[in-house]
Design a protein around this ligand. Sequence first.
Ligand code: ADP
Length: 414
Amino acid sequence: MLSVEEIDAYYGNVKVLEKINFSAKEGKLLGIIGPNGSGKTTLLKVISKIIKPSVGTVLLNEFDISKMGKRELARKMAVVPQESSTSFSFTAMEIVLMGRTPHLKRFETEGLEDLEVAKRCMKLTNCSNLAERQIDELSGGELQKVIIARALAQEPKVLLMDEPTSHLDIKNQIEILELMKRLTDDRLIVIAVFHDLNMASRYCEELILLKEGKIVSFGRTEEVLTSENIRNVFDISTSIKRDPLTNSLSLMVIPKKKEKEKIKESLRIHIICGGGSGSILMHSLDEEYEITAGVIHELDTDFEVAKALSIDMVSEAPFSPIGDERYEENLDMIRRSDIVIIANMPVGFGNIKNLYAAISAIEDKKEVLIIDETPIEERDFTDGEATEIFKSLREDGGIFVKDMHELLDRLENY
Ligand code: ADP
């Protein structure tokens, strides 16, 4: 196990890492993410003893690395840097063999066994075909595979990689990341800096999120990769969903809001939606109006969008019917709004209470706009109860519009 305890690090008198604490175990790929300048590379440099921390310790299986010699550390830890220099003309095999140096005695040259290790490592990174090629003639992707093979030839316990795939095309990226995954399964501790959050999410079991030299979040990928954390650290809005194909979280960046028009901002609109029916609506209206939403079930697309746009909403646990408390909270939000919109949503017993909330809104003299794009009978999964409520909404003054365009026109002229 690798433990990093209470690390602070400086460049000159500028503090770039503060109170860094975490541990990494074998069998799990640990990713480090964070904006440029947040301290990711510096953290790797501290772990690999290139930079000495001002306070704190790095322990490898409970041994303090500051007390280890260079060669001893190199037998336990290998680094794949962001940029590899290729100024000397060696063959790829010679480069990989250099990884054996920490295992050789003074003045000893590489033997047959070392050659076997080098060959095996080149095979692992799929670069055996490059063995006799000059290193300065390789493409970025080819070079990267050779550098990783050299790191593996050190037969380390810990492999540190700084943006290991940043120069690679997508096929090579996936190849290297799949390899990293296999290496962690083979009991290597792998810690890698990731630039691409989707790649980090797909391949890392655990993540460290850095901001201005401090850990904002450390833990299982799904705990770290939340819209709130990403907004806090990267200042972007994202919609984060589980990709059904890879089962990993996938991030979509939502464009920044335009400056709101002050006059319209004072108009509060409450959106009742679900099943993805409110997503476009929220995106379109959020730029200009003060939006609230509810009751939306967690995991629903509308829930993710509302969260990503920081829309104030009432939500209910997934697959549970709307409870009394949530219903009341929703009514409170409706009372604070000027207009209520009912999206073109499917209605089941899980969300029928949202329609009762709309009736209550009409009783409260709110303007209730109902998008009636798909006839209610076709999206009524309540044995007709929803259809009945729609009838009374119509009789009691609910305004039915045929689609989003008509709705937007109406709001323009409000
Ligand atoms: P990241 O890898 O997250 O982009 P770095 O660890 O490279 O961040 O940098 C962290 C901070 O330290 C940044 O503010 C950067 O400008 C500064 N920094 C990095 N390297 C040096 C250096 N050699 N001398 C002085 N400051 C540095």
